[in-house]
Write a protein that binds this ligand. Structure first.
Ligand code: TYD
Length: 221
């Protein structure tokens, strides 16, 4: 049996982690062969890259756009080679929290051009595409507020992680890039409104996942 690659995408605060957990629990309950992973950081070396990419360096130096792009693709290359491709060859369902659409949305919104993204994609993915991408869509004004509330609940030392106007504008660009990807790939991308109650979002996701798994020969009933 051929494996199935499902990715889940969305801006910060869109409820991605909650929905990923619910879907993976559902699939585990059905005793299906499952691998759950994420980007960046789906491998041991990738976790080092994740730290380098997402944590502010004490020196204050930040990655230039090209370096950042290459590090995301380095993480992805390692992840594909050592986790995703072997699991698919083994007939498993591979569920990944963020994948290439995140690069196109986030690094694209930071100014990286389409041709650089296309070239790296050809090199690293070699034609592999997710069978299904769940895009949790939400207005960043709402989702970032959710993140701020969560951060504040973690203690006053997290209060500085408030989003300013520039960040809101950036996340608006990220969202519109995600939406453009969904429009250009309607068969692959399931656009799910993420503001609905979590149970409703979960049901909408399952309505897309179940038929895909069934057609790939998995028992989902
Ligand atoms: P993470 O803590 O996983 O955020 P979230 O819980 O919202 O998924 O951090 C991942 C961050 O990395 C997120 O801000 C998006 C960003 N990212 C990119 O900019 N490009 C990429 O290719 C990927 C995979 C993630």
């Amino acid at each position: 049996m051929q494996g199935v690659l499902i990715t889940i995408e969305g801006i910060e605060g869109s409820g991605k982690s909650t929905q990923l957990l619910r879907l993976s629990e559902h699939l585990r309950h059905l005793e299906l062969p499952l691998v759950v992973s994420k980007e960046p950081g789906g491998t041991n070396l990738g976790r080092e890259l994740r730290r380098l990419l997402l944590e502010r360096h004490p020196s204050g130096e930040a990655w230039c756009a090209d370096a950042e792009l290459l590090l995301f693709y380095a993480d992805r290359a390692q992840h594909l080679e050592t986790v995703i491709r072997p699991a698919l060859a083994d007939g498993r369902i591979v569920l990944v929290d963020r994948f290439e659409d995140s690069t196109r949305a986030y690094q694209g919104a930071s100014g990286v051009g389409e041709s650089a993204l296309d070239r790296l994609s050809d090199l690293v993915l070699r034609g592999l595409r997710p069978h299904l991408t769940v895009l949790l869509d939400m207005d960043p004004e709402v989702s970032l507020q959710r993140v701020e509330v969560r951060n504040l609940a973690m203690g006053p030392e997290f209060a500085e992680t408030r989003f300013d106007d520039a960040e809101l504008a950036f996340h608006r660009r990220v969202r519109s890039r995600f939406l453009a990807i969904a429009q250009n790939h309607p068969n692959r991308v399931a656009l799910v409104p993420a503001r609905d109650p979590a149970d409703q979002v979960e049901a909408a996701i399952w309505a897309r996942v179940a038929p895909l798994l069934r057609s790939a020969g998995f028992r989902v009933d």
